[in-house]
Design a protein around this ligand. Sequence first.
Ligand code: C2E
Ligand code: MG
Ligand code: MG
Length: 261
Amino acid sequence: MLSALRNGLRKNELFMLYQPQYNIQSEELVSVEALVRWQSKELGGMISPGDFIPLAEESDLVALLGYHILEQVFQQISHWLNDGVYIPKVAINISPRHLIQPDFIENLQHLANKYQIDAQQVELEITETSLLDNPELALSVLTRLKALGFSLAIDDFGSGYSSFQYLKVMPINKLKIDRMFISELEHSKSDQAIIQSLVAIAQNLGFSLLAEGVETLGQLAILKREQVDLVQGFLYAKPLSAKDLADETKDSELSDRAFIS
Ligand code: C2E
Ligand code: MG
Ligand code: MG
């Protein structure tokens, strides 16, 4: 699969989809998350990022793949800007081993200059487990990125070795609660209690809270009641192509369809 991925990168077989994230109270689109897809000729079909990202992360392809993804997303943001499509912010998943490459920040700035992208338009999503490998280095890189104006989000919070230490020291803008706390939300008092506590922590520490993988109106109602800030999930939209996202944004059907009042 690794050699097919290497070839796939060269042949431009990878592309990005974008999944909207909404403010739960105002119903406004606040950002989209870029999610990579790979249509492999050699392997004869669509390969899930859940399969090839971990593999790339264990190989020397991680930086090449990460750079390729950054470039595709930055190029897309510049197309949207030129076409007058308003996408407030784009979140990009960053592999831990890519983040700590010595030239990561330099490359990011190079691409931002090349495509005339403002750091305010970009959010970098890091998984909490990624911070465990080399916490000091990760912290220093994240602090520099934040100083440059990039937003930072912790992804899949609660799924790994959640450490409140990170919430204390990391300069984050957003915490994404893992889907595992959302899927049973309607029936689980414990999950509801966890959400309530995270809302209090987010408010006190001053970052926003996003619920991942929201699929039902029942989940939405609880998240709204508990004053979670942001939502993302199939209830609103699946990951969309850049074109579909632009079309949906223009007539704003996307938000009208999903929300209940
Ligand atoms: P993630 O960053 O937590 O992304 C969210 C995943 O949940 C996406 O799967 C998305 O399609 C899926 N999802 C969103 N809403 C729902 C929902 O309501 N229900 C369910 N069941 N699933 C939902 P996807 O695109 O297959 O990505 C899986 C993981 O692969 C991502 O998890 C991320 O860790 C990684 N990944 C994806 N794209 C990239 C990328 O460009 N770079 C890196 N480094 N990792 C990526
Ligand atoms: Mg993510
Ligand atoms: Mg996630």
